[in-house]
Design a binder for this molecule. Structure first.
Ligand SMILES: C[S@@+](CC[C@H](N)C(=O)[O-])C[C@H]1O[C@@H](n2cnc3c(N)ncnc32)[C@H](O)[C@@H]1O
Length: 292
């Protein structure tokens, strides 16, 4: 069963995701793509990666948002239409596709309900010019990544894979316990084998270099300042809940920790970094485009 993700959580994290993703790697991908590229976004959710990456790629482009959750995909269309309207861009519907009309041409967006646990051959990934994803690879297993690397013959841009470099400021002696409990949960099976959690960036590198891809990567950390109280509240509460389940004998201490952290958020005294990495993998024989 695919893990369920709440659309409101994806909306809360979207500005933090946008600030964190590596624009340098996105520009490199843009230079590696043909005109009018077709991209497939695996685990697209509500289309956050499209809203960030399409304006960087510029020009006409075709997107397939692939996800197991039809409700998230439906919300992707309304979210993209609202996002476009806020930027003065018209949208129209053409068959099953949403078209965003820009001064450089149309961005065509389609949705596909897929379970990524099914054989990847069925997705026909190589009919696209690139595969992209965001906040997905820490949910998958090493075996799933090996199958992706064996299947893919096109560039892969994988954004926002957690890497475990998490820090709270000010520090507290229980932080290490809470993060350890949270990380254990990140590595439970979530429908795509035993999840890699913070090992995803290294596993991606190993799986794709074994297939002759070359990779570049960049840190893409969430840097959550005290003004983002809603995001901090959500992260503290979810870390505490998950850690208490995973380490039940520390439940009372974790509850005290969460209450203290909530007071610090109220007073604007807490900041957090959640470590992530973005990676761009180019298939064997592809030269890295020149920097301009
Ligand atoms: C953390 S969310 C990221 C969503 C989106 N990429 C973003 O950055 O906002 C993970 C996404 O993967 C999707 N997902 C998880 N397991 C899946 C599976 N087995 N098949 C297809 N999609 C899956 C979820 O429905 C969810 O939309």
């Amino acid at each position: 069963m695919p893990e369920h993700f709440d659309a409101d959580w994806l909306a809360l994290r979207e500005p933090h995701d946008a600030a964190a993703r590596s624009r340098a790697l996105a520009h490199t991908l843009a230079r590696a793509l043909p005109p009018r590229p077709a991209l497939i976004d695996l685990g697209a959710g509500t289309g956050s990666l499209f809203r960030w990456l399409a304006p960087i790629l510029r020009g006409p482009q075709r997107w397939t948002l692939a996800d197991a959750d039809p409700a998230l995909l439906a919300r992707a269309f309304t979210a993209i239409a609202a996002w476009a309207a806020a930027r003065g861009l018209a949208t129209t519907i053409s068959g099953d596709a949403l078209l965003v009309h820009t001064t450089q041409g149309a961005w065509r967006v389609e949705a596909e309900i897929v379970d990524l646990a099914a054989p990847l051959a069925g997705l026909r990934l190589n009919r696209h010019d690139a595969v992209v994803c965001s906040a997905l690879l820490d949910l998958v297993s090493a075996d799933w990544l090996a199958r992706l690397a064996a299947t893919l013959k096109k560039p892969l841009l994988a954004c926002l894979s957690v890497d475990g470099r998490d820090v709270l400021r000010p520090a507290h002696p229980l932080d290490r316990t809470v993060f350890a409990g949270f990380r254990r949960d990140q590595q439970r099976a979530k429908g795509l084998g035993v999840a890699l959690g913070p090992h995803a960036p290294a596993a991606l590198h190993a799986a794709f270099t074994a297939r002759g891809f070359t990779l570049r990567s960049a840190a893409s950390d969430w840097r959550i300042s005290p003004i983002s109280a809603d995001m901090l509240d959500m992260l503290v509460a979810s870390h505490a809940e998950v850690a208490a389940c995973r380490i039940p004998d520390r439940r009372a201490a974790i509850r005290t920790w969460a209450a203290l952290r909530a007071r610090q958020i109220d007073r604007g005294r807490l900041a957090m970094r959640i470590g992530h990495r973005d990676s761009l993998a180019l298939p064997p024989g592809t030269a890295w485009p020149e920097e301009t």
